[in-house]
Design a protein around this ligand. Sequence first.
Ligand code: 1PR
Length: 523
Amino acid sequence: MITLLDYGAGNVRSVINAVERLGETVRIARTGEDILAAERLIFPGVGAFGNMMRILNEKGFVVPLKAYLAADRPFLGICLGLQALFDGSAEAPGVTGLGFLPGTVKRFETDLSVPHIGWNGLNARKPSRIFNGLSGHEKVYFVHSYHVATDDASAVLTTTDYGYPFVSAVQKGNVIATQFHPEKSGKTGLRILENFIRSDVTPYLPIGMSGPTLLAKRIIACLDVRSNDRGELVVTKGDQYDVREDGEVRNLGNPAALAGRYYRDGADEITFLNITGFRDFPLEDMPMIEVLKQTSRHVFVPLTIGGGIRDYTDKDGRAYTALEVAAVYFRSGADKVSIGSDAVYIVEEYLKAERRTGESAIEAIARVYGNQAVVISVDPRRVYVASPGDTPHPVIETDFPGPEGEHYCWYQCTVKGGREGRDVDAVTLARVCETLGAGEILLNCIDRDGTNAGFDIELINAVKGAVTIPVIASSGAGCVEHFHEVFTRTQVESALAAGIFHREEVPIGELKGYLSGKIEIRL
Ligand code: 1PR
């Protein structure tokens, strides 16, 4: 029996699913006594340090947790569950941590994109039970902007490199904590969890777990989901966002089944976009929530869900906030939510007021679940101009002239699935969303979507150059070489595709086989 500490923020469902997959039962700790009675305690933390400590204090969990740790009982902290063990965090100055280990939590100071998102390696300092059965060359999934810094070198279990080496796991006796997410690290992560759960495992130091580590470029499979005309939820795929063929919504398969296939094929992450979310009532869209629940039961890589993350009022006049909508998705198994149309409206308001309100969906969700949980999905389209002075928007000089031979263009943001263009450009949108607290940009391109013509390198470089958060390149992938091109001609951390995976033109395994040795990837 595993006891899980759920303080109410973030995706604990994935941890429960992973532990249950390993044949164990999970009990949620609801009181301090539950913590003290635990045989093995897992503390998965997601979100923001200040919010986490506030809830732990309110629930009366701090004293029993400290007692549990002091008694050297089996403990596995994950992500914030690691950071909580220290004295405090730069993320929430003045807020006291559990103080089990000496040191504090600090923000990454690097020229690389922050948050550190993706699959990176481990450099072990000492043997541990959790390494049993690993070769040491495996990569595990990280998503965080802060890392711990400790003077207690003996507690450091692993380091990982991201601009510089940082502490990625600690162990003191039976207390183990990882900055990475085992529940999101595929088979490797399940093995680590199993090693923690089983009582008969001995400490082990994998030969390959030494030397510098490298962050892999991520390959993301995207499933555009909507109801077809018979009311069934299907994966569809558009050509420049038009998903109908002979009047019917294209049906490329069952969302949960397809996600399972991509997981087995080696996708590093899976994204569901509920493409009619802008006009549906998101919390009544139970099939989408069901898809997420089903998928997270058997897919152990990060899941992002987008579509309909916004404030809305249902038919009975009850108002819901975007934060409430996001909370339901997180509880159902999502690790990140992606905001599309609403982000454009938020940026319009911001530009009008020339200041932040603190009230937008981006700010509200980032405050509770952390910046890394908020992705902005941008749906831009090229607008050609004869000269840069013809528009107030930032233009680029393009190698792909427009219909009248124009050599300049800007990228107009759209809403409602590309149906409506707005007076905001993609570069400004990305920059403002970063200011408001978004953790990642999913950069689509309507002109390239479904064309198999390759990623829009010019768009990607323009947006990537304007932000310091990670960018996902999307739209237009038609062959393995396009991924090589996007990873060598731009600085993006990940590339997403839909059509070529759905139509099995390029299986993910084949793509990774091609990239292996040329680009750092997770195999
Ligand atoms: O506006 O917050 O409700 O979110 C709606 C979401 O649905 C947005 O993220 C928007 O990008 C997405 N969306 C809306 N309509 C469509 C459509 O296709 N008609 N899909 C749509 C966007 C773009 C990609 C696609 C890539 C890769 N799909 O994510 O998967 O372009 O495709 P490819 O590899 O086949 O070229 P809200």
